[in-house]
Design a protein around this ligand. Structure first.
Ligand SMILES: Cc1cc2nc3c(=O)[nH]c(=O)nc-3n(C[C@H](O)[C@H](O)[C@H](O)COP(=O)(O)OP(=O)(O)OC[C@H]3O[C@@H](n4cnc5c(N)ncnc54)[C@H](O)[C@@H]3O)c2cc1C
Length: 273
């Protein structure tokens, strides 16, 4: 489900009439989230804004999965139009530094939201001297059911190039728009558990493969130039990159385990979301 909410107003300031690029700082930064508070039960959960609609960049758009038995997600799914909820934040996540050449995203379900934030920030909000300097972004997006993609017209592994325009999924729409604006920069592979198509070592290696152009511009690499994100439910992250660790009262990244650990990846910064 997609929720649209008006901008979060700061406690002291209010939205300037012409300042519609309200989340400019966050979109320039990298990944970020907001906290939603349920007004009656005093519970709150974090959600990841999708890239904004060009016509109304001040509005927050959230992609929310209905969790069986989940308090907040069921509350949100039950909200009527113009229903009220509390919003806190924004809260900054992973900072996208300058000089990024390659990004691979392993995304499970709503874990696609930060992948789109990264793609949008790098392709739409950053300036590049040459078109070739634009980073290459590859997303492997796994869903449990095809229904989550709202795409009845094809089966199996696919890229957006052969997805029918009948698709209603707003996430697929955002992906298609970014691909049309930045040809060759963003590739997405859709995988569906119930159809037996899954992210595996071969697909990950292929997504990480670099073309000639990338190798040539790769002379001034930093440890942040090639990023491999794993984003999704806890089980998904654990399977591909090993568990995060609790340390010093907070959640830390922990070592790289799981499939990526077995692959012995070097030269890429792995980040669990
Ligand atoms: C930074 C960040 C960004 C996020 N972005 C998004 C996003 O963009 N979209 C999105 O959909 N989600 C996102 N999430 C996840 C989101 O914050 C919530 O965790 C999610 O919506 C579930 O919340 P809930 O209140 O519905 O479920 P909860 O009530 O917290 O329950 C979670 C699960 O545990 C089960 N459960 C609950 N209580 C019990 C129990 N006693 N015994 C056994 N099982 C139990 C529930 O059935 C459910 O499946 C994000 C999380 C983080 C940390």
């Amino acid at each position: 489900m997609l929720i649209t909410a008006p901008p979060i107003r700061s406690r002291v300031g209010s939205l300037l009439e012409n300042d519609t690029d309200y989340y400019k700082e966050q979109w320039g930064f990298g990944t970020w989230s907001v906290e939603i508070k349920q007004p009656q039960l005093q519970i709150s959960r974090e959600y990841t804004p999708l890239p904004p609609n060009a016509g109304s960049p001040e509005k927050l758009r959230l992609y929310i999965r209905k969790e069986k038995g989940g308090e907040m997600s069921n509350y949100l799914w039950g909200l009527k139009e113009k229903g009220k909820l509390g919003l806190r934040g924004p809260k900054l996540g992973f900072e996208l530094k300058e000089g990024i050449t390659d990004v691979v995203f392993l995304a499970g379900g709503t874990g696609i939201a930060p992948a789109l934030q990264v793609a949008y920030t790098l392709l739409e909000r950053r300036k590049y001297e040459m078109d070739q300097s634009r980073p290459k972004i590859r997303i492997l997006w796994a869903n449990r059911e095809r229904e989550e993609l709202h795409d009845e017209n094809h089966t199996g592994i696919s890229t957006t190039s052969n997805i029918s325009h009948k698709i209603q999924n707003p996430v697929v729409k955002i992906i298609t728009e970014l691909q049309q604006k930045h040809p060759g920069c963003l590739k997405v592979m859709y995988l569906v558990d119930e159809e037996g198509t899954m992210i595996n070592q071969k697909l990950i290696s292929s997504a990480m493969k670099r073309d000639e152009k990338t190798i040539q511009r790769d002379t001034n690499t930093s440890m942040y130039s090639k990023l491999l994100f794993v984003s999704g439910p806890e089980g998904f992250v654990n399977h591909f990159a090993g568990p995060k660790k609790w340390q010093g009262g907070g959640e830390q990244q922990g070592g790289v385990g799981g499939i990526l650990g077995n692959m012995g990846i070097t030269g890429w910064k792995v980040w669990k979301l």
